[in-house]
Design a protein around this ligand. Sequence first.
Ligand code: HXC
Length: 515
Amino acid sequence: MSINSKTQELKKRMQVVLQGGGEKAVEKQKSIGKLTARERILELLDQDSFHEYDLFVQHSGKDFDMDKKILPGDGVVTGTGTINGYPVCIYAQDFTVAGGSLGFMHAKKICKIMDHALALKTPIIGINDSGGARIQEGVNALAGYGDIFFRNTMASGVIPQISVILGPCAGGAVYSPALTDFVFVVDKISNMFITGPDVIKTVLGEEISKEDLGGARVHAEIAGNAHFFAESEQECFEQIKDLFTYIPWNNTKKAEPFPSKSPKIREYKISSVFPTDPAKPYDVRSVIKSIVDNSDFLEIQELFAPNIVIGFARMNGDTCGFVANQPNALAGVLDCNSSDKAARFIRFCDAFNIPIITLVDLPGYLPGIDQEHAGVIRHGAKILYAYSEATVPKITVILRKAYGGGYIAMCSSHLKADFVFAWPTAEIAVMGPEGAANIIFRKEITSSDNPEQTRKEKIEEYKQKFANPYVAASYGYVDAVIQPNDTRSYINHALEITKNKVQVNPYKKHGLPPF
Ligand code: HXC
């Protein structure tokens, strides 16, 4: 065979595989607004950077006439490329080939690219679009999922792991995304559930649509399994590219620095976004935007547990993780969901060398039967654990209320914040003045000729004594009481000073966080 005919043969073989599941299957995929696996990879990665491997892998199924079937690439596309010029490993399940179902060789391809990612210390991106374990391959398909979950766990905290749900992700398959760091979903395209509507109807007699059970909005708003919600696949890819500008490529690196930029102060000025009335809610994102470079803030899990805001921004060109109570939602209380949301983010920042900036304004943990029975004790403990364990620079600014357990939990000096600053508007106390006065001055109030007047006076007395930053500052729990408009310069200086921070926690095999 001449070289020419050999290259022709390669071309032909490649053409067959690159057609995926064939014209009809591709048409069906497009008709519901979905791109094909290769189109998705090409849209996401830098132009001409994608290199595909294991194109000619064949499935190994024999039962149910599978030995007579050809499944191009065994339903998954794997390879390497770059995003913003930096290397990534990637796989995308191809729904046009046997519904992207996961058989033995399909899983082997995924595991191989995951092994590459871990060995080469590059992020791994998995695009999920699959009917789940390939039913005809039985236990070999289940084994494949087990092998992926093991690798997800080993890679956790070493390389960033991104899951993109662009189709069904059913059954045990959902546990790979759940083990990764960031899950992206697209409205009307993503579906995730352990058991689908049919099983639920059979077992429980309950009827629900796929969308209402496990659509993108459900995961972004209610279940909290998704971190980013997009209206289209294209928007989703832009979100991923944006995220990659903020995170490092592995746990031995820092995120790439950018040129420092001042906040767009014309639009955001701390004194204008912060209300003078201490009882009034406000949007803490405006405060964040008034502090950070160019007022750019990439919010994560925006729709879930909105009483806490988390996300990335840059200070003086370097990535920081922001955790902030949101007075606009439930007064910014900590509850089960907001504690889970913040704790996982804090651990991501700590694992990937990203300093954490905490903005505090909360009345405490949310009281109530629902929360107590939902386990607010163990959920709330996660945030204490995550902050205490984190060894990256930790800088806290108390804006207004810091009451009770909330004061401690939001990266107080007791959990080893490197610097705690407080605005003159800060109120640091065991509880709010109204509640406190009612308890400690109960006798005086009830025995008074004018209980209402006495209550008012006692509340004022308590406020004067404790609801300010100066008592905490007198014990050194607050390092500096600062003017709000100096916040950026204090944080930038603290980041500069903590740049070479090295903190080693006591040796242990691993801790036991309240999972
Ligand atoms: C084998 C599968 C498959 C699967 C889909 N296909 N899922 N083949 N194993 N799990 C095939 C279909 O037979 C069909 O093949 C092609 O993919 C397209 O599927 P359709 O059903 O025509 O597509 P659609 O109508 O869009 O429905 C998609 C779907 C549905 C909702 C995902 O296919 C479905 O319900 N599949 C099963 C989902 C499921 O229960 N998975 C859990 C498996 S158990 P042809 O040849 O006709 O084109 C599991 C446990 C893992 O995952 C545990 C790990 C711990």
